[in-house]
Design a protein around this ligand. Structure first.
Ligand SMILES: Cc1cc2c3c(c1C)C(C)(C)C[C@H]1C[C@@H](C)[C@]4(C(=O)NC(=O)N=C4N2C[C@H](O)[C@H](O)[C@H](O)COP(=O)(O)O)N31
Ligand SMILES: [K+]
Ligand SMILES: [Mn+2]
Length: 500
């Protein structure tokens, strides 16, 4: 086959990272028990190159190499979002705003359904029956407190609604349970859980496929909270302007990206469950008393690409250097939240979940001139935004919204926290929501003082009252805003002369 672009082929993506000098080929033997994950976690935190473990202890028959931090920030401080840009065919200089604009660029466009091809790289090797032994694969232990080896953290979970033409692609964690079974989180209101419920009602086990090392743009869309009923692969087609190539699974009627590295297929039981976790999760905690009991994945086949298949992994944790649960989940939820607010006619320029808030907060940037035309006030405006976001799935993971002006860059946490700290009066400027669905993984909900599944959400108004109807009554005291252009130009021109 001709080599496709990096956003359509994981191996081409890996080569692109290598040519970007943003990949470390590690040929020394590394243990998948904690060592691979510890290196990956430190790679996020130092924003170093993405580690490609070419010699994983226990790997055999081409299963498998491991790529860590595929969605981490790039190692070049000049191009921090280059690794994300590579996922969607954007230039290395792209900003997070460009990335969000791109992910929303197919909204309103005709979906482009995938095409089915006879075979592809993921069909080069096939394992069935007794040849399947998940406990013999070098599935990584990602955190010392984890309850199992999480083989699935960056693959696409593919499931189909039993009666409607809806095939959902998402990412949901799963760990090895035994020789032929996985167990993984199936959490409401996620679409995988909604569709699973339909199979429960139909009385039949749910066919599944997990496509690991799938085309990077498909991984992005799988991590995006698109509306219910949208078939993610069709949105990928609309984004690319061309259909994605899928091949049929061996043991069920689902289709997977032909260029996937590894495909695990089978049925998700509607009766058998097992203890799952603990798991080092996206907020930086692994609670030792986690009592998660989840459905069992019965694996019926594993197919994989030749040339030493690569397993991508995510090692969630503190966003000191963000990992994929921040750069993908947070940024893509931001995109859908912006879309929702703009579709409802709100004067929103952008939305972003600052990594410093572990993507639990989202800053909503308001066009203040347009705000004036609404002739509204903080209470009405903030309650309207909270009612929209906190009652929709795309807002499920957000517990604090910061409503900020267009003088604030939502992607610059120093801007965001300055406006929150100085313009949001505690109490009067905060609008609480206790009757909305909570995000159960947030520590002050799962292990907090109050209710666990509802409430704990707030909209913080970070606009002074007069900003709702007139120009700001202040000059911002920083170099950018506090001085006339000719002074700033003179200062910049003489800066080196002053030896500063
Ligand atoms: C990018 C990413 C997204 C994740 C997860 C991860 C990564 C890397 C890992 C596996 C590392 C950690 C956990 C964290 C955990 C949240 C969860 C999960 O286990 N269960 C879940 O329900 N949602 C998860 N998401 C978010 C999910 O993919 C998005 O919400 C997506 O929009 C869902 O698609 P639908 O809208 O179509 O429903 N995992
Ligand atoms: K999705
Ligand atoms: Mn979906």
């Amino acid at each position: 086959y001709s080599t496709p672009p990096p956003h359509l082929d994981f191996r081409a993506f890996v080569s692109a990272l290598r040519s970007d000098n943003d990949l470390a080929d590690i040929d020394a033997e590394v243990d998948p028990r904690l060592e691979v994950a510890a290196i990956t976690r430190r790679a996020y935190e130092l924003q170093s190159k993405a580690p490609l473990f070419n010699n994983v202890k226990g790997a055999h028959d081409g299963l498998f190499r491991i790529l860590g931090a595929s969605g981490g920030l790039s190692s070049d401080p000049q191009y921090p979002y280059r690794r994300l840009a590579r996922h969607v065919g954007l230039p290395p200089t792209s900003s997070l705003g460009d990335f969000i604009d791109t992910m929303l660029s197919a909204k309103g466009k005709e979906p482009i359904p995938p095409v089915h091809v006879g075979t592809g790289p993921c069909k080069e090797h096939k394992l069935f029956g007794d040849n399947i032994d998940l406990t013999k694969l070098p599935a990584p232990l990602l955190n010392k407190a984890d309850g199992g080896n999480y083989i699935q953290t960056m693959g696409i979970n593919i499931v189909q609604h039993p009666t409607k033409p809806w095939v959902n692609w998402s990412i949901a964690r799963a760990m090895v349970l035994d020789k032929t079974r996985l167990v993984g989180l199936i959490m409401k209101p996620q679409h995988i859980a909604r569709i699973y419920e339909q199979w429960e009602e139909s009385g039949k086990d749910m066919p599944f496929a997990i496509a690991l090392g799938a085309p990077p743009i498909a991984v992005m869309v799988s991590s995006m909270p698109l509306p219910e009923g949208v078939t993610e692969s069709e949105y990928v087609g609309a984004l690319c302007g061309e259909p994605l190539e899928l091949v049929k699974c061996e043991t069920n009627d689902l289709y997977v990206p032909a260029r996937s590295e590894i495909v695990i297929e089978g049925t998700l039981s509607i009766t058998e469950r097992a203890k799952e976790g603990p798991f080092g999760e996206m907020h930086g905690y692994s609670f030792l008393d986690e009592e998660s009991v989840q459905p069992i994945y019965n694996v019926k086949a594993i197919t994989y690409r030749g040339g030493n298949a690569i397993l991508p992994i995510s090692v969630p944790g503190r966003a000191t250097g963000p990992d994929e649960t921040h750069t993908l989940i947070g940024t893509l939820a931001s995109a859908e939240i912006r879309q929702l607010l703009q579709e409802n006619g709100l004067p929103v320029l952008n939305v972003f979940t600052p990594y410093e808030t572990q993507v639990i907060w989202a800053a909503v940037q308001i066009d203040r001139k347009k705000l004036w035309t609404l002739k509204t006030n903080a209470e009405d405006f903030c309650r309207r935004i909270g009612d929209l976001i906190f009652r929709r799935k795309c807002g499920m993971q957000i517990h604090r919204l910061l409503i900020v002006g267009d003088d604030i860059d939502p992607f610059n946490f120093k801007d965001v926290i300055w406006s929150y700290a100085s313009r949001c009066r505690p109490g009067m400027d905060e609008y609480h929501f206790e009757d909305v669905a909570a995000y159960g993984l947030v520590p002050y909900m799962s292990h907090g003082p109050g209710t666990k599944v509802t409430g704990g959400k707030v909209v913080a108004n970070c606009l002074l009252p007069h900003e709702y109807n007139q120009e700001q009554l202040w000059v911002t005291c920083d170099f950018e805003n506090g001085y006339p252009e000719e002074i700033k130009e003179k200062v910049l021109r003489r800066w080196t002369e002053f030896g500063l």
